[in-house]
Design a protein around this ligand. Structure first.
Ligand code: C2E
Ligand code: CA
Ligand code: CA
Length: 758
């Protein structure tokens, strides 16, 4: 019995030695501490074996010391192994406590030969021979406390790891934990039962083997396998696995579905894939894109082939992964399209157009390139009158017109709002063709018909490096020179235009100063009644510029309307007019003066309040200051502006509608606007060549004014015939070069005096 047990221990120790050998050679970092732990298991086992087999007191003593010191050693290496195995940070104070305890125990055990305080041996007869049984003393209690204390700490650690780790890992902690608990109980049983043979030593050996296996070789393979099969099976990609002879051995569900093979008949997949996507095994590893079908119906695939190598770097097989990323590609394409195209017209948007133009010009900088800016005249009004839907229709039609029959090397797009941009080689541009296409262009939708006016501003590129936006600025500048022109649709940029802009900017900077120096003054143009008597005047602004001479409204009013300075200028003119009227209270109390109110004034000031304040400042009767308003004022914020006009009327001012006939919704406007005078401009009618028609229209307007209770005033009367004709028609007031040109105040006063004298 003893011999059998001893041999078992020897065999186990030998096996453990083999484990130590492999553990030391292991490439894993934990190998060394596994080897140390296993090695530490051997002394107590051998010690125990000695006690069992010996008949000699001394040998039994040596065996006991090997056992006790060996236990300390085991605990020491187990503590170190635990830190490694659990992959945790060492808790320094705890480690020091453990090492100190074990060291103290070892020292006191080594003292035993002198003090015999830890243990002795007693001889008993067992199995037919002498057996040395341990007699515990107080020192042994300390030994047990030290060893069990350390074990308790380690067990706690493994318990925590088992509970806290994901399932894949928990298994390996649980195995060690379980083994530790079993041998702990086994050992305890032996200690208390005091049976002669410590069978728990077998447990030590087995524990060593467990540690060896779990620390160095165990992989949670079963679980991993299950997880991997699950993941691969559920992947949306089609997967095909091939053996090293390129025979398909497995496909996941999407793969089966994609190839239409019968489940399980994987070998057929290869031919089907090859037919569909081309050769699959030409190279070892690759990633390829594949497009199937065309246009909207096209489907996109990303195909990958990877080889799988086994541990000795031999090809074990390969797999092919087919990913259908059609949706992704469509989304990308859509996003790309959205980012580069205008959703309404489908043309390039501005940013993308600029980019394309820049690329095109820089690719062939030696060519003559034209930058063409298109604008739809009065597009805002189209929207307002016909509605946004028709407005959109107009934009789409214009887009179609721009994009049709375009020569090669031409790019075009929508710049925004009602403006479009084109870049094309100069030799391909035919101005006559365009001009004739644009004359009389009409856009229809249902019952709506609209004579669309499109203007082109053209800049010929001189510096290919110039910013495309600057090129378009220049083209737009060219366009602005013909904006109000109905006969010409094309304007070419030249550098004088830019100079003009610069000059206009200079004027803006000088205005305030010029007003203070009284260089900006009202000229007066006489207005007569049917008898030819001057009854008043229209104030028309003039800028007597110290360097540039007399400037006319056309030179600066549009600029100031754009930048808002018009309000400052008009207030100055109105004030000057009030000053003149104040003087006239003595000399010409019967005369009135009409002032112009720009539609833009309404945006930059409270027109009613400003004018009323002026009148009361000068103490003038309001009917002496007549107010000329163009109907375009009613194009935007109609209600708000109507309120201002009503307020002025209520305050006693006479309101005149200026430039009647030049606008759009004239007749409707007449119904709503509280007017006193209808000012009809001859120049808007003179365009018509047919004189009888002109005559009819004029007669109509004059009659209409009379019917509606308005005073009719005709301006722009240049000849005696015109004057006579209009007088015959019943027109009431007259203004024009035929009577007199606008003059400064002195000139006007002289004119009135002369007339009176006649
Ligand atoms: P408008 O209010 O229609 O003024 C009449 C324009 O016709 C004036 O041009 C006048 O000189 C011109 N005119 C008068 N009789 C005849 C004629 O028989 N034949 C021709 N061909 N033209 C004639 P002007 O002074 O160059 O003013 C142009 C425009 O500038 C004015 O048109 C008005 O809209 C604007 N304007 C003039 N003064 C002011 C002002 O003080 N403030 C604002 N906001 N605008 C002003
Ligand atoms: Ca006027
Ligand atoms: Ca006018």
């Amino acid at each position: 019995m003893r011999k059998a047990f001893a041999s078992l221990i020897v065999v186990l120790a030998a096996v453990l030695c083999v484990c130590i050998f492999f553990a030391r050679r292991s490439r894993k970092p934990i190998g060394k501490s596994v080897a140390a732990l296993i090695a530490s298991l051997i002394p107590p086992m051998i010690g125990n074996m000695l006690i069992i087999v010996t008949q000699d007191h001394l040998v039994a003593d040596i065996g006991s010391y090997m056992y006790f010191l060996g236990m300390d050693l085991i605990m020491f290496f187990l503590a170190r192994f635990t830190v490694r195995y659990c992959d945790i940070k060492e808790i320094k104070p705890l480690s020091i406590l453990i090492y100190a305890l074990l060291l103290a125990d070892a020292v006191q055990i080594l003292m035993n030969p002198f003090f015999h305080h830890a243990f002795d041996h007693e001889t008993i007869m067992f199995d037919g021979a002498v057996y040395y049984r341990l007699v515990p003393h107080l020192g042994q209690l300390f030994h047990r406390l030290a060893v069990y204390g350390v074990l308790a700490i380690i067990l706690t650690r493994f318990t925590v790891m088992t509970v806290r780790s994901p399932r894949v890992d928990a298994e390996r902690y649980a195995a060690i934990l379980l083994a530790l608990i079993i041998i702990a109980i086994w050992q305890t049983f032996y200690i208390f039962s005091r049976t002669p043979i410590d069978r728990s030593m077998i447990g030590f050996g087995v524990f060593g083997l467990l540690v060896f296996y779990f620390a160095l070789y165990y992989k949670p393979v079963r679980l991993l396998n299950r997880m991997m099969a699950g993941i691969v099976g559920e992947m949306p990609e089609a997967l095909f696995f091939f053996d090293k002879n390129d025979k398909c051995i497995w496909a996941n569900d999407p793969g089966v579905k994609m190839t239409g093979i019968m489940p399980g008949e994987y070998a057929a997949a290869k031919d089907i894939l090859t037919k569909r996507f081309g050769m699959l095994d030409v190279e070892e590893q690759w990633t390829r894109r594949y497009m199937e079908g065309r246009g909207e119906e096209a489907r996109y695939y990303e195909i990958q082939r990877r080889q799988v190598q086994d541990r000795s770097d031999l090809i074990a097989g390969s797999f092919i992964c087919v990913r259908d990323d059609t949706e992704e590609q469509r989304k990308h394409a859509k996003e790309r399209y959205m980012a580069t195209h205008d959703p309404l017209t489908g043309l390039f948007n501005r940013e993308y157009l600029y980019e394309q133009i820049r690329r095109m010009i820089l690719a062939r900088p030696e060519r003559r390139w034209l930058i063409i800016f298109h604008n739809i005249k009065n597009f805002k009004i189209v929207n307002e009158i016909f509605g946004n839907e028709f407005g959109d229709h107009v934009l789409r039609r214009v887009a179609v017109w721009i994009s049709s029959d375009m020569p090669e090397d031409t790019v075009y797009g929508r710049l925004g709002g009602d403006t479009f941009g084109v870049c094309m080689p100069a030799e391909d541009f035919d101005p006559d063709l365009i001009e004739s296409a644009l004359t009389g262009a009409v856009i229809r939708q249902g019952s709506i018909e609209y004579a669309v006016q499109i203007h082109l501003g053209i800049y010929e590129v001189t510096d290919p490096e110039m910013d495309v936006s600057v090129m378009f600025d220049r083209a737009r500048l060219a366009l602005s020179t013909i904006q109000d022109n109905y006969q010409r649709h094309i304007a070419w940029y030249d550098d004088r235009m830019r100079m003009n802009v610069i000059r206009q900017q200079q004027l803006s900077g000088q205005l305030t100063d010029a007003i203070a120096k009284q260089q900006v003054v009202p000229y007066l143009q006489p207005i007569t009644d049917r008898t030819g008597r001057v009854i008043g005047a229209e104030a028309l602004v003039r800028w007597i510029h110290p360097e540039r001479g007399m400037l006319y409204p056309a030179d600066f009013v549009p600029v100031f309307e754009e930048n808002g300075m018009i309000a400052e200028m008009d207030r100055a003119i109105w004030r000057s007019v009030c000053e003149i009227l104040t003087e006239w209270r003595e000399t010409h109390p019967e005369l009135f003066i009409s002032v112009n109110i720009s539609p833009k004034d309404f945006y930059f000031m409270d027109v009613a309040q400003k004018i009323k304040a002026l009148i009361s400042e000068f103490g003038l009767p309001p009917e002496k200051l007549r107010l000329e308003i163009t109907e375009s004022v009613m194009m935007t914020d109609e209600e708000k502006h109507l309120k201002v006009i009503n307020e002025l009327k209520d305050a006693g001012f006479l309101v005149e509608m200026d430039d009647f006939g030049s606008g759009y919704s004239s007749l409707n406007m007449l119904k709503d606007m509280p007017l006193d005078v209808l000012k009809i401009d001859m120049k808007f009618l003179s365009r018509s060549t047919e004189e009888t028609k002109t005559r009819r229209i004029l007669q109509g307007i004059v009659d209409l004014a009379e019917d509606l209770g308005f005073i009719s005033l005709i301006e722009g009367v240049e000849t005696e015939e015109q004057y006579q004709m209009l007088a015959d028609m019943g027109c009431m007031l007259f203004q024009g070069y035929f009577i007199a040109r606008p003059m400064d105040t002195g000139g006007f006063e002289a004119f009135v005096r002369n007339e009176k004298a006649e």
